[in-house]
Design a protein. Structure first.
Length: 255
């Protein structure tokens, strides 16, 4: 990546895409292995740099090239070919330093809104709907609704070169009972005898389904955990069942 301007603050260089005015040099920023020559490149050449949660700081080799000044010369005496435009780089790249460089302005970390756009497209679980009793239900006997799918899931994404870990959590469940009623809560339900979500039906055939609302947290390059600024939903497979009315039948105890 290239930078038009470098500033120094507390021992760390800060790179900018634009300069506050005419500059004597332009800059190129490389990972140490990228700037290494021969076959001696080793991961130990890379080092970690401390950074605030909203900053991107990397250990980089900084190279510079002089820019042609208004008088047609360069500040370091690099020869300028005849007719070379003012403000254009000239000569070869020269190593300046190897240091921690704040490159947030060149490639800012994914914003919460950008992460949310990815969050909306995650292949999150479509939690199925189950009902008890299995088969036909009876009028006057509540139908138990529950799901048994995973309610948390972690995804690791590459967003513009940043490693973004997203943890999605199902935190709201809307049961569409099939008779026009919607039951919403934070409980995924459970089968008998630990059931927590039930609904009474009149006789008829119904299709029940579940809409799950997912929230999330994320971290960038192993940094602090932040909230995804929004939620998304998934719709699971429905279940169809019939509710019948039981009728008493007199029988002869001697039969």
């Amino acid at each position: 990546m290239t930078a038009a301007y470098l500033a120094s603050e507390s021992g760390t260089f800060i790179a900018f895409a634009t300069a506050p005015g005419p500059q004597p040099f332009t800059y190129r920023l490389l990972r140490p292995c990228e700037s290494s020559t021969g076959n001696d490149c080793s991961p130990v050449l890379d080092q970690s740099c401390e950074a605030a949660p909203d900053r991107v700081v990397r250990f980089l080799t900084v190279q510079s090239r002089p820019l042609v000044q208004p008088d047609g010369t360069t500040v370091d005496g690099t020869p300028v070919p005849a007719g070379w435009p003012v403000g254009e780089p000239v000569g070869a790249w020269q190593a300046l330093t190897v240091s921690c460089v704040d490159v947030t302005a060149l490639n800012p970390a994914p914003s919460p809104e950008e992460v949310f756009r990815y969050f909306e497209r995650l292949p999150l679980p479509q939690l199925p709907t189950h009902q008890q009793p299995p088969g036909n239900a009876l009028v006057g006997l509540p139908v138990i609704l529950f799901t048994d799918g995973p309610t948390t899931q972690t995804h690791t994404l590459d967003i513009r070169g940043f490693t973004v870990d997203i943890r999605a959590t199902a935190d709201a469940f809307t049961w569409h009972t099939g008779d026009g009623t919607a039951l919403t809560g934070t409980d995924p339900g459970a089968p008998y005898p630990h059931h927590t979500v039930t609904h009474d039906y009149p006789s008829g055939t119904y299709t029940a389904s579940l809409t799950t609302t997912w929230s999330g947290t994320y971290s960038v390059d192993g940094g602090a955990s932040l909230d995804v600024p929004g939620t998304t939903t998934t719709d699971g497979l429905p279940v169809t069942f019939t509710v019948v009315e039981a009728h008493a039948v007199l029988t002869d105890p001697y039969d």
